[in-house]
Design a binder for this molecule. Structure first.
Ligand SMILES: Cc1cc2nc3c(=O)[nH]c(=O)nc-3n(C[C@H](O)[C@H](O)[C@H](O)COP(=O)(O)O)c2cc1C
Length: 192
């Protein structure tokens, strides 16, 4: 059921670092992503896909996690074991606003595709782009728009109805369960 997949597909920030993501799983996720729509069907996004241990460590080092959890990041045994880095091309700068919409659609497609095969992910928009471009040897050609961490979840996450429009702050309870408030659909619709 699609609603079930949407509810299950939460941002995960604590993974089981001993579970490596296979090439097959990454191929399956990208096979879904190729069918995501793009403005004008131009399909101009490029993806850096890796499950290599050295590369994932380098990418992880440039990412920032859970702004609401001060001074926290996944411990070594909780780190993701794959990344998909979504890039736009520098020579398409004029279309970057459109391309960034494509990025969002591709990103959620990756998240859903991962969830659907029992994996979890987290979109990371907060990262050191300059260093990451150098690490990935893309500085001449690309911008990095979004990084997606992937792995096998090793944390409990629940969603709950947001009580007020400003109730957006995710939190961990005394049992270390991550809670994610979500506005009710009726509260999101302005023309009622
Ligand atoms: C565009 C975008 C950028 C994000 N950047 C980060 C980030 O840099 N670090 C992080 O830990 N989470 C990041 N997230 C995850 C959000 O914090 C998360 O989606 C939000 O807390 C809601 O939780 P949910 O994804 O489980 O619904 C990002 C999400 C989106 C959509």
């Amino acid at each position: 059921m699609f609603l079930g997949l949407m509810k299950k597909c939460r941002s995960c920030r604590r993974f089981d670092n001993s579970v490596k993501i296979s090439d097959n799983d990454l191929t399956a996720i990208m096979e879904c992503t190729r069918f995501a729509p793009t403005a004008g069907n131009l399909q101009n996004l490029d993806f850096y896909v890796t499950n290599d241990e050295n590369e994932t460590a380098k990418i992880f080092a440039q990412t920032k996690w859970a702004a609401l959890y001060k001074n926290w990041e996944p411990a070594p045994h909780e780190r993701p074991t794959a990344f998909i880095v979504i890039c736009t091309r520098k020579n398409l700068e004029a279309r970057r606003n459109w391309l960034r919409i494509d990025v969002g659609i591709a990103a959620q497609t990756i998240m859903l595709a991962a969830s659907n095969i029992g994996l979890s992910g987290c979109m990371i928009g907060s990262f050191n782009e300059k260093v990451l471009l150098e690490e990935l040897k893309l500085e001449e050609t690309h911008h990095i728009e979004l990084v997606i961490a992937l792995g096998k979840a090793n944390e409990k996450i629940v969603w709950e109805d947001a009580e007020t429009p400003n109730d957006y702050a995710y939190y961990r309870d005394e049992n270390d369960v991550h809670h994610v408030p979500k506005r009710k659909a009726a509260d999101m619709i302005i023309n009622k």
